[in-house]
Design a protein around this ligand. Structure first.
Ligand SMILES: [Zn+2]
Ligand SMILES: [Zn+2]
Ligand SMILES: [Zn+2]
Length: 168
């Protein structure tokens, strides 16, 4: 119990150094404790949580919170560009913090298992991959007169665990 509280306190302190909450308020959004917790959960967890999963975690601290509040908060954060909504083909969105806003979430691409839906983040790009993406962005900018802000790269396939289970 005490451990949990200390951890929470620590997260609160860490959050203050990562975020400029004023940004949220400047844009006219009220920073309610519920919203703050949603942000904190997203910063702490790197598992691409769905709104339902976030809701269950927030509920432990704010039992009276509604799922709508969680959804609305995620919408606001997406609008601000703090949070990225990812659809890994399961029919529900998953959320993660945009890389510029969280220290422990640097730019990464995704590997998605089509069997168990596991999502793996990877940032150890081969140089060619980085070069290819840069070249593509330049090409897109020129050909489509399009200002690329960010990109998301995903590879779908079968993970090691699922491949092993198949063999059995
Ligand atoms: Zn990239
Ligand atoms: Zn798998
Ligand atoms: Zn990710």
């Amino acid at each position: 119990m005490i451990d949990k509280y200390l951890f929470w306190l620590y997260t609160q302190m860490q959050m203050k150094t990562i975020f400029n909450y004023n940004q949220l308020q400047k844009k006219g959004y009220k920073l309610t404790p519920q919203r703050k917790i949603v942000i904190e959960i997203l910063v702490r967890e790197t598992h691409h949580l769905s709104a339902d999963e976030i809701y269950l975690k927030v509920k432990r601290v704010y039992p009276r919170i509604g799922l709508t509040t969680v959804y609305r908060t995620l919408d606001v954060l997406s609008e601000l560009g703090w949070v990225r909504r990812c659809d890994f083909g399961e029919g529900k969105a998953r959320y993660e913090f945009a890389e510029n806003f969280s220290k422990n979430n640097k730019h990464h691409h995704h590997i998605v298992c089509i069997k168990c839906n596991a999502v793996i983040d990877y940032a150890d790009f081969v140089d060619k991959e980085t070069e290819l993406i840069k070249a593509s962005e330049i090409n897109i900018a020129e050909k489509y007169d399009f200002n690329v802000q960010w990109h998301s790269v995903r590879f779908y396939g079968i993970c090691r665990k699922c491949a092993k289970n198949d063999k059995k």
